[in-house]
Design a protein around this ligand. Structure first.
Ligand code: FAD
Ligand code: NAP
Length: 875
């Protein structure tokens, strides 16, 4: 056979591994586009997951209306699901029907395993070898081999010795198993165990469940397809599917923007009850916006679920054992069940807590734990899979220059978009690691991947290109993004298969992409619309490489920006000052309050032209404490004690210092140098009144954000030049240090990241006449001498017009011999660090700030070394 797409004698354009949901659709789609395609499948029929997992009770836990193909409107209309959550046999029938309807079977080689695949760099094709000792040459090698298709090898001693029957949920006999009259053991309480245990208990004479980790599970309330769901679907299937594709998890749903502690306990519990009663797997995690990220918020769900277990299981000790305590809700895949916890009320069902009484060995007749010996007729392993990477690295894959894939992924999978990996041209992984896959309704994710792949192949055919490969830069950027996204969630805290933690020796890396189906789809589309950003192509049509990184913003930053964009606010610089102030004040309403501090008190201090308000935050520990004088942001025009309140609380807790947030006169009413003069006066007053504030004047630092960073920087210079007060350290967060708005960061980040270049210009216009702006009291970077300043931490954000201001000031201070640390925050914007409990990904920066302040304030500040530097004039 000669392939349609290129040079040389190829057997096929595309070889696809696997005939599950993914392989079947890939075959249909690619053949439909004229690519000669074959599928290789180790099973003797189609179905994938639904071919292998035939254990009693196996069914989907995403509602069948959602968990079904969308590519064929006719199929959608003709296939009616008999239950809300279809059983394995029904899903298998469905996939068989799809294969028949689209005449797919004749293009599938069943009972054949792919064992190796090698890229021929000279001729740009793959050699795919099977366990039948044949070799197929193809241009594109697609692994639709499943995320949960490689059973985990039971890592329990003595497995081979048992003389009774052994079953694996994921390799269940086709003829079924009759457990009547038998003494049965089930090892494992993940979804497979939880689904099968109630049904095995119905048959067995005695059932003992061996549990290592209890799981969160709740009733599926299975039954007929809910009328409301069906009506929503039938009303407009295309619109319904569109909503699924652009949803967070592949099922139409509106994400909640409300946080757990924004509502009363009563309201919270009512929402949990409703989610529980819905029988919808995704409902509970999505009741509130912060369940996946905030430990305290998540604990409320855990408590709710544990109470449910206690209300079902009669024996308190058993209920306790069945109650998950070592992981947050949702960080291991939660389960839907039918009578799972009720099963433990049956007299012939026992539970062994392997945490307290671990298995020593499997014997010829049963199982021996540390303290007991059990006799069984059958053992069922519901012990799961080597998920996501397992089936891929099980094949001996060699890319360019004969480089094997397994070592490349030894520290964790490295992919671009979860679709491809650098060094392995024309090799695609459907729902691969680094894509939403197992965190989503997988059929939606499968279709999206295959549609993307199909479009890519069509593009290559049109452009006469033979090879496609992600660049190393694009891949590194994506791996970073996938990890960054996971790191703002609670997922990495659990020993889950998402983390590879279930397989001994597997690297601990979060495998799927947590950013959501919608965001991921948008990203994949953007990659294409930006000319296949991050991909290199080669072939008769020429070589081209569009190197680059997609999604460079942190996930939570993107979400906040989208929310703000959704408000459709006018640019601040087009507003009257009073309206801009009101807008800023309004935006503070309803935001998270920041951490609790021991005491908050407001007062007034002497400024240069009258009294200034201040707010004093005290930590819980006994004093006297060091003092941090804080200057709020707002372009010398906006803001006040309330605007940066959560950040001040955060500073207080992390630095274990008294934080005194001081007001200063605002422009345009009081223009330059009112703000910095007030700032310096405030520092002097606070140093003089430290005792009364409960603080230690010899340990005083300054901190400011944005224009407040400008004031803090200038105050340090003024204090140095005036010979005091002694300032032990300065933390400048995204500071304004210069009036030059032509720096690269002003150009690159001029719009779209809250603080715009236009707004910065407006702030300057309000604050200072052009002639004054070059004065070091306005542009501290322009001071003739920066030596002798207190040690500094300068924080900058990658997507901030002010980024280069901060970087330049840090570099200039360092050049002048100041002890400076520059913290450049990747993927962050101007407002990230101060958005406490909103931009969680800036938590690391907040921690660094706290640590720097603790370091600066650990010991009394030394006196300035006698050098009085008078360099505050314009240079
Ligand atoms: P699979 O269905 O796993 O098919 C991959 C196929 O590739 C297998 O048949 C395998 O034999 C074959 N294969 C692998 N390697 C080779 C090789 N080297 N050579 C030849 N053949 C090979 N997801 C949901 O979204 N909702 C659910 O409700 C849901 N329920 C699930 C229930 C169970 C019991 C399990 C195990 C998983 C469930 N999943 C669910 C995840 C499920 O795996 C996916 O939804 C989907 O079925 C995956 O389809 P696939 O085609 O990508 O992979
Ligand atoms: P799993 O979630 O990994 O569960 C495996 C269970 O076996 C866990 O309880 C695990 O304990 C235990 N285990 C593993 N090795 C063990 C050992 N050596 N000794 C004792 N216990 C051991 O696997 P799964 O239940 O097959 O489910 C995998 C995934 O498939 C699910 O998360 C889900 O995505 C999908 N699935 C879905 C459904 C559905 O309802 N639609 C049904 C089945 C599967 P630890 O937790 O301590 O590791």
């Amino acid at each position: 056979m000669r392939a349609a797409n290129g040079r040389g004698d190829l057997d096929f354009d595309v070889v696809v591994v696997g005939a599950g949901f993914a392989g079947l659709y890939a075959l249909h789609r690619l053949r439909g586009l004229g690519f000669s395609t074959t599928v290789i499948e180790s099973a003797d029929d189609v179905g994938g997951t639904w071919y292998w997992n035939r254990y009693p009770g196996a069914r989907c836990d995403i509602e069948s209306i959602d968990y079904s193909y969308s590519f064929d409107p006719e199929l959608q209309a003709e296939w009616q699901w008999s239950e809300r959550y279809a059983t394995q046999p029904e899903i298998l029938r469905y996939l068989g029907h799809v294969a028949d309807k689209h005449e797919l079977r004749r293009h599938i080689r069943f009972s054949t395993r792919v064992v190796a695949a090698t890229w021929d760099d000279d001729a740009s094709f793959w050699r795919v070898r099977t366990d039948r000792a044949d070799e197929l040459r193809c241009r594109f090698y697609v692994m639709a081999s499943g995320c949960l298709s490689l059973p985990k090898t039971p890592d329990i001693e003595g497995v081979g010795r048992f003389r009774g029957a052994i079953y694996h949920t994921n390799r269940w006999p086709h003829e079924g198993v009759d457990f009547s009259g038998k003494r049965v053991a089930v090892i494992g309480t993940g979804s497979s165990g939880i689904q099968s245990i109630p049904l095995i208990a119905r048959q067995a004479a005695a059932l003992t469940v061996f549990q290592r980790t209890p799981n969160f599970s709740r009733p599926a309330y299975n039954g007929p397809v809910p009328a409301t769901k069906k009506a929503a679907f039938d009303a407009d299937p295309a619109a319904y599917r569109h909503a699924a594709r652009w949803s967070r998890a592949g099922v139409p749903a509106e994400p909640s923007l409300v946080r757990v502690f924004q509502v009363s306990e009563e309201e919270r519990l009512a929402k949990y009850e409703a989610a529980y009663a819905s029988g919808d797997l995704l409902a509970l995690s999505s009741t509130f916006a912060d369940i996946g990220a905030d430990p305290r918020a998540n604990q409320t769900v855990c408590d709710f679920m544990r109470a449910k277990i206690r209300s079902i299981v009669r024996d308190p000790a058993t209920a306790e054992t069945l109650s998950p305590k070592d992981h947050f809700y949702g960080t291991k895949r939660p389960c839907l069940d039918t009578d799972y916890f009720e099963t433990f009320n049956l007299p012939h069902v026992g539970l062994v807590d392997l945490r307290k009484d671990p298995i020593r060995t499997i014997t010829e007749t049963g199982i021996e734990t540390a303290s007991r010996s059990f006799a069984f007729d059958a053992i069922v392993f519901a012990t799961g899979f080597d998920a996501m990477t397992g089936p891929i690295v099980a094949v001996d894959i060699e890319g360019r220059n004969g480089s094997p894939l397994a070592p490349k992924w030894a520290e964790g999978p490295r992919t671009y978009l979860g679709l491809m990996t650098h060094g392995f041209p024309n090799f695609f992984t459907i729902t691969g690691p680094g894509s939403p896959s197992v965190l989503s309704n997988m059929v939606v994710s499968i279709e999206q991947h295959i549609d993307w792949l199909a479009a890519c192949l069509v593009h290559m055919r049109a452009e006469r290109l033979d090879a496609v490969e992600p660049t190393a830069t694009a891949e590194a950027g994506w791996v970073q993004h996938v990890n960054d996204c996971a790191d703002v969630t609670l997922f990495p805290s659990a020993n889950s298969w998402y983390m590879g933690a279930n397989v001994p020796g597997k690297p601990r890396v979060f495998l799927p992409y947590v950013g959501g189906v919608d965001r991921y789809r948008k990203t994949c589309d953007e990659v294409v619309s930006r000319g296949y950003l991050g991909f290199a192509f080669d072939g008769p049509g020429g070589a081209r490489c569009n190197d680059g990184v997609v999604n460079r913003l942190q996930l939570d930053v993107s979400i906040v920006l989208e929310l703000i964009a959704g408000l459709g606010l006018p640019p601040m610089e087009t507003m009257a000052v009073a309206d801009a102030r009101a807008l800023l004040a309004g935006m503070a309403i309803g935001r998270p309050p920041g951490p609790e501090v021991s005491d908050v008190a407001d007062g007034v201090l002497d400024g240069t032209a009258g009294l200034l308000a201040y707010r004093c935050y005290r930590p819980a520990s006994p004093g006297p404490h060091p003092i941090v004088v804080y200057f709020h942001g707002g372009g010398w025009v906006l803001g006040g004690l309330d605007s940066d309140d959560p950040f001040c609380r955060d500073l207080c807790v992390r630095s274990e210092s008294i934080v005194v947030s001081v007001d200063y006169r605002h422009a345009p009413e009081a223009r330059f140098p009112a703000a910095v003069d007030d700032g310096f006066a405030a520092v002097r007053w606070i140093a003089a009144n430290a005792d009364a504030l409960g603080g230690d004047a010899s340990r005083l630092a300054v901190c400011g954000w944005s224009a407040g960073g400008n004031i803090a920087a200038v105050v340090c210079q003024m204090a140095r030049d005036a010979g005091g007060p002694r300032i032990a350290g300065q933390v400048l967060v995204n500071p304004v240090t210069d009036c030059d708005l032509g720096r690269e960061s002003y150009v690159a980040n001029s719009d779209g990241y809250i603080l715009t270049t236009a707004l910065m210009r407006w702030f300057w216009d309000q604050y200072a006449d052009p002639a004054d702006r070059t004065d070091p009291k306005a542009s501290p970077l322009r001071a003739r001498d920066l030596s002798g300043l207190p040690p500094a931490l300068v924080v900058t954000a990658e997507f901030d017009p002010l980024r280069d201001d901060g970087a330049a000031y840090a570099a200039a201070m360092a050049a002048a011999g100041v002890d400076v640390c520059h913290l450049a925050c990747r993927g962050q914007i101007h407002t990230s660090v101060t958005a406490v409990d909103m931009i969680l990904s800036a938590g690391g920066a907040r921690e660094e700030i706290g640590a720097a302040l603790r370091r600066f304030l650990a010991a009394p500040a030394p006196a300035y070394g006698g050098e009085v530097v008078a360099a505050m004039r314009a240079s």
